[in-house]
Every structure is written in C-alpha cells, then in structure tokens.
Ligand binder design. Structure first.
Ligand code: FES
Length: 540
C-alpha cells in the first residue's frame, strides 16, 4: 500500500467570521475547508487553533484561556501556549492558524505546512513519545507521519540510530519484531491494522530502551578480517570485534560482505536459545528494507548480543554438542533411511544428538524436516502445568517460548543454510538440542497424533486471517509475548510457503495454532519468591 502525501490546495486566506461575533469570554468554533477551528479574542488579538485537542480530540473551544494566553483543555488538563501552540503540560503540540482582521472580518490561513515540515515535526514528537513509552502518542505521531506522506520506515531508521546504544545487552526481540511487524503491515489493507503494526514496532523498541542510558560502542577501527572477527567473538571481546566492524564499514564493505562471517559466529556455539541466528536474519531484512544507513548500528547491536549470549553448549546438559559436531563426517557418508519425527520426539538431548549424527549422510533437509516436526509435536504436547507452577526450582523454569524458539530458529537456519550450506551440521545439531531439551516437559498422557488432531488447521487461509487478527489485537502487556506470537506464526507461514512435507506442515501449523490460543502468565512473583527463599536459605 503506498503512503500517499496529503496536499493542500486551499487559498491562503479564508474568511472565517465577523469580528463582532467574538467576545473575550466567548470563543467560537468554525469549520473551514474541513478543519475544525477554535477562535479566541484575547486582549484585543485574535488567536485560532485546531478545535480538536491533540490529546484525544475534545473541543478546545470549551477550554479555559487565562490572562497569559495559556489555553487549558479541561478534559485532561493539557495546557497550550495559544500564541505558539507549544504544549506546556501534556504531549503533542497544538496546531495554530495565522489570523488577521480586515474590515471587521476575521480571516484565517488554514493551509497545511509543507509535508517536509510536518514530517520533521512528527519525527521530533515521536522522539519524545519513544522516550516516555507513550504508546498512544507513538500511534498518533505515526498517523501524522502517514498523513504527511512518510512511511514508518522513516521513523524506524531514526529510532534505530537513537536506541542501538541503549541496549545494554545488545539486540533484543524489539528490533527483530519491528521487522516482522512491518512485514506483516505490508500485507494488510486495513489502515487501522497497518497503524497498529507500525505502533507495535516502535513501542517494543521504546519499552526495551526505556530509561536506559547510553552504553557506547568503541569508535576504534581495525582492518577487517573474518579470522580476527571470529577470534574476537570467541574471546568475548566486544571492543575488538566492534572495531573490526567499524573498520569494515569505514572501508566501504557492506553488510552482505560481512554476513557469512557473522552467521558463522552466530552458530559457533549453541547460543542463548538460538537468538543470534534468529536476530541475524531480521538484521539482514531490516537492512534490505531500510537501507545501508542502518547496517552499522544494527550490526553493532547484534554483535553485543552475541558477545553476551550464554553459550549453552558449555553447560553439562549440552556438552555432547561439540563432540557430535567434531564427529560429523566432513564429506558425508552413505545415508540410510532418513529418520522420522518419531525418532526424535520425547528423546533426551543426548539421544537426539545421536540420532541426528547417525543421519548425517542424508540430505540436510531430510534431517531438518523431522526435527522441525518433532519441535512442533513437542509444543503441542507441552504440559502447560510446568508454565504455571510456583513451587519449582530455577532449573525447571520453562514456558511456551522455550518451545516456540525451535521453530523460529529453524526458519532462520534454513534461510541461512541456503546461502551457506556448510553451516548445516552446526544448525542441525543445535536444532536437535532444542528438541531434546524440552522432552521432559511433555504431557505423557497426550500422544502427538491426538494433539495434532485437537489443534489441526483445516482451512489455512481462514487460520491465517484469524491469526493476524489475534496478533494485531493481542491484548498482552509485555511485548516479549506478542513478539513471539508474531515471529513464530511468521516463521511457520514462511516455512509452509518454502515447502514442507505433509507431516511437518500439519504439525507446525497445529503448533502455532495452539501457541496463539495460549493466555500467557506474564509474571511469576510467587514462583520468584519461592525460589528466592530457597536460594537465600542456602546462601551461607
Ligand atoms: S482531550 Fe484535551 S487534554 Fe485530553
């Protein structure tokens, strides 16, 4: 859908009202060229403003004007300097119209400022709304941007530059979800839904950076080498790795030149639920959408998240990963019959690694599909009581997102390996760990086929319609939850479009159907208190 500019073709001065109809204590409202205007007579001067309060649209003609020419909207007490339109208390500024009196008649200039000026003003106000995490104002300013002909991408570029150093731990789901929100927006025709998507994109970033100070990246530059970058990441040296990125961009390299190395670094460990690779896919897509000017800030934010990512393959449960990777045959070996999802479902991390390694001679996709099907079956068989418990140990803090990550990681993996097939072994073994880690949380009384039947999607088009409606009007407070709804549904829809065997397709659609039906428990205060008491009790 194009973002059409609003243009004004009205004459400069328009006759508004006879002067003698105005009294200092009696402002009046007029409608000119479709605009609702409030007119005030104050100390012999005429002032005209938008009659619709920029907060929620109540009529300012019902407001209170004091001796200092401060207009108060009595609905929520916002205050405006009626001479300039500046907001003295509240948020958005008030639109003021130039006025003049000639021959006892009040004339107004209701032309809109040039689009460029309106865009600049809305972007400035959006900055304030972001800092205050004022979602309603974010929506209003985005609507004003659209009215002036600017797409939300314009705002997102600015926001990325303003926020990428405010992410203490580097990239979060907010940037990744922003890309997914704008991608969803592209497919929608409803203006309201489109604005909701753009608002979610920016509001999540505002939430994640709210009250955060700046954690600057180094400005040093070093000559780019892939080996140097891998070594800097391996030693968790953010400054050294960032200097190499700085050097690369300073010498004219593009993200596409660096991406293969970044992908290898993302998969060098079983990292933090696969976020590094998931985020990298969204970074690439954001750069493709927004242009090269966001390549450096996004790459640096992504790098920081990689540097601080938990290397789960160093944990006892997942240590078999390194051995399995080392044992992966370099040139393949004769493959037997590819395993089915049954071979992975319900198995431990060690067992799933073994089955995956034993299947190494098969085509990667013939291992990938059953792993994804098993991931979907696990989500379908997740015993929700684990997500609701309040008396469990920290080690058993498990929830829906532990299951959804396998599907989003898998989507990123398939995309990346289409570009870099040599990364399949790392990716498949890491996908195997996703499957194995969740086996202990399945409901033993729910067989996979029964769960698939319960959540089966029979009409895919209708399902996607319902999914979009649910995602756009999610009703959850913490953005991390609806971001995962969006990203998991998007991943599954893209996987279906890319092509899946029937078993994987049915299971993955059913899994996302179940996920979208979940009402997340967003806080776990009682569980946290239980775990804190247990921990502190053993502290001495
Ligand atoms: S509508 Fe005017 S302050 Fe809320």
């Amino acid at each position: 859908m194009p973002d059409e500019p609003l243009t004004s073709s009205v004459a400069e001065w328009t006759r508004a009202v006879e002067l003698d109809r105005l009294r200092p204590s009696r402002p009046i409202a007029v409608k000119l060229h479709g605009k609702h205007v409030a007119l005030f007579l104050h100390q012999g001067e005429i002032f005209a403003c938008n009659n619709r309060c920029p907060h929620e649209g109540y009529p300012l003609v019902e407001g209170t004007l004091d001796a200092d020419c401060v207009l108060t909207c009595n609905w929520h007490n916002w205050k405006f300097d009626l001479k300039t339109g500046a907001t003295l208390y509240g948020g958005d500024n008030l639109r003021i119209y130039p006025a003049k009196v000639e021959d006892g008649v009040v004339w107004l200039d209701t032309r809109d400022p040039p689009a460029a000026a309106r865009i600049e003003e809305a972007l400035g106000h959006l900055d304030q709304a972001m800092v205050e995490y004022d979602t309603a104002r974010i929506a209003r300013e985005l609507a004003r941007l659209a009215k002036a002909g600017a797409a939300p991408a314009v705002a997102l570029v600015r926001v990325i530059h303003a926020t990428h150093e405010r992410l203490r731990d580097g990239m979060t789901h907010a940037y990744a979800a922003a890309e997914a929100w704008l991608r969803l927006r592209d497919t929608l025709s409803s203006e309201t839904q489109r604005l909701a998507c753009a608002t979610e994109a920016l509001a999540h970033i505002a939430f994640d950076t709210l009250r955060e100070k700046i954690y600057p990246f180094t400005a040093e530059c070093a000559p780019w080498t892939a080996e140097g970058f891998a070594a800097a990441v391996e030693s968790q040296n953010e400054d050294a790795a960032a200097a190499l990125l700085n050097g690369a961009f300073a010498h004219g390299l593009h993200f596409a030149d660096l991406e293969p190395t970044l992908a290898e670094a993302a998969l060098a460990h079983y990292n933090d639920f696969g976020h590094s690779l998931i985020y990298l896919m969204h970074v690439r897509r954001l750069i493709e959408r927004l242009g090269p000017e966001v390549a450096k800030p996004l790459s640096l934010a992504w790098l920081r998240s990689l540097i601080y990512a938990t290397r789960e393959d160093l944990l006892p449960d997942f240590r078999g990963y390194a051995d399995a990777l080392a044992a992966w045959p370099a040139n393949g070996r004769p493959g037997g019959t590819p395993p089915g999802a049954d071979a992975f479902e319900g198995q431990s991390a060690r067992q799933v690694l073994d089955v995956t390694l034993a299947a190494a001679g098969n085509a990667p996709l013939d291992i990938y599909f059953p792993l994804m099907e098993a991931s979907a079956r696990h989500l379908l068989r997740f015993d929700e009581r684990h997500a609701l418990r309040t008396d469990n140990s920290v080690a058993d803090n498990v929830g829906w997102l532990d299951f959804s990550h396998a599907l989003t990681f898998g989507r990123s993996l398939r995309q990346q390996c289409a570009r870099q097939p040599h990364l399949w072994p790392q990716g498949l073994l890491q996908l195997a760990l996703f499957v194995g880690r969740n086996s202990v949380y399945l409901d033993p009384n729910v067989p996979a086929q029964a769960a698939i039947r319960e959540w089966a999607v029979t009409d895919e088009a209708a399902f996607h319609e319902r999914a979009i409606a649910a995602i756009v009007d999610h009703g959850t407070g913490l953005p991390i939850f609806h971001a995962h709804w969006l990203k998991t549904w998007s991943a599954v829809r893209e996987e279906v479009a890319a092509g899946l065997p029937a078993g994987a397709r049915v299971a993955m659609l059913a899994a996302v159907n179940r996920l979208l039906a979940v009402r997340f428990k967003q806080r776990h205060t009682l569980r946290t208190a239980h775990q804190a008491l247990g921990f502190v009790g053993k502290e001495d």
